[in-house]
Design a protein around this ligand. Structure first.
Ligand code: A3P
Length: 316
């Protein structure tokens, strides 16, 4: 009997939906989609196809982990499932704005989270899996802000003024999406408009502080989004190592598409570029405004470098 059992053929491995072991938590417009698609080139990686928004939307979180699991792709044991929802990093934003006190160019972010954070994304993530690996992709903050603005503007429909009217605007009010970046990023008194979302989200250190109160630094890998654009392979090597994966993604997986101006992806069966919404042409921004913003970000970037223990070398 025992012999018969031993001779029984091994069951073929069966795929199952599993909770993610790694998350891309942000930052929006820093290459989160490119990063996910690139990692998916690895045979041991599975990805959730859309942004699930489980941890940042109360109505989804209320549906529980079984619901979240049902949104994951089938995977084999040993494979890593990755989900990305860039708003995880910044939620809740309003509370961060409330705690940003602007003194000329110096901004102090108070990190008293006990009373401000009703929607605790990092805590929720930890409750799912305290050893989850977190990927945070960042990009030079001013470029990121302009990319964010470009996206918001492109999403505004030609009927935007009509919409503005129906939402109580006067006919003379121009919706934000139609205003030049310079007018949104800089207040009439010449100060930096930190309440403008594309600027606020680029204050990476303010958001990272919250995550570091919940997760040890080693559990968060900071991916350089500018370098991912320039030359993806070295960044991907770091990530493979961080995720405990064998090195599989290499130069053979990429080719530079001159028309798009970005690397496109290649596996054994297909070549694929990211959609046209990724890699948009940015509007020209007054160089004096770019310089002013870069100057404003110097000390914020330094705080971020201090938190992550690495100088990302963003221009000043
Ligand atoms: P732009 O459209 O401003 O150039 P996200 O996916 O987080 O929204 O990020 C979008 C950004 O990904 C794009 O911003 C683009 O610069 C960047 N990106 C990085 N690698 C890319 C690639 N291979 N193809 C297209 N976009 C890429």
């Amino acid at each position: 009997m025992a012999l018969r059992k031993r001779l029984k053929p091994a069951r073929p491995p069966r795929p199952a939906r599993r909770l993610p072991q790694a998350l891309i938590i942000g930052v929006r417009k820093c290459g989160t989609r490119a990063l996910l698609e690139m990692l998916y080139l690895h045979p041991m990686v599975q990805k959730a196809s859309g942004e699930v928004h489980f941890f940042d939307r109360d109505e989804n979180y209320a549906l529980g982990l079984d619901w979240y699991r049902s949104k994951m792709p089938p995977s084999f044991r040993g494979q890593i499932t990755i989900e990305k929802s860039p708003s995880y990093f910044v939620t809740p934003e309003v509370d961060i704005y409330r705690h940003v006190i602007s003194i000329n160019y110096l901004i102090i972010v108070e990190s008293n989270l006990e009373d401000v954070n009703e929607n605790k994304v990092p805590e929720r993530v930890r409750a799912m899996n305290s050893s989850v690996r977190l990927l945070l992709i960042v990009r030079e903050p001013v470029t990121r802000a302009i990319s964010d603005y470009t996206q918001l503007r492109s999403r505004a429909t030609p009927s935007a003024p009509a919409h503005a009217l129906s939402s109580g605007h006067t006919p003379h009010q121009v919706p934000d999406s139609a205003k030049p970046f310079e007018h949104l990023a800089i207040s009439p008194d010449g100060s930096i408009n930190v309440a403008y979302r594309p600027i606020a989200i680029s204050l990476y250190h303010a958001y990272l502080l919250r995550w570091l109160e919940v997760f040890p630094r080693e559990q968060i890998l900071v991916v350089n989004g500018d370098q991912l654009i320039e030359d993806p392979v070295p960044q991907l090597r770091r990530i493979e190592k961080f995720l405990g994966l064998e090195h599989k993604i290499g130069r053979k997986n990429f080719y530079f598409n001159e028309t798009k101006g970005f690397y496109c992806l290649r596996n054994d069966t297909t070549d694929k570029c990211l959609r046209e919404t990724k890699g948009r042409k940015h509007p020209r921004v007054d160089p004096a405004v770019v310089t002013k913003l870069r100057k404003f970000f110097i000390q914020h970037n330094q705080r971020f470098y201090d938190l992550v223990g690495e100088d990302l070398g963003w221009p000043e």
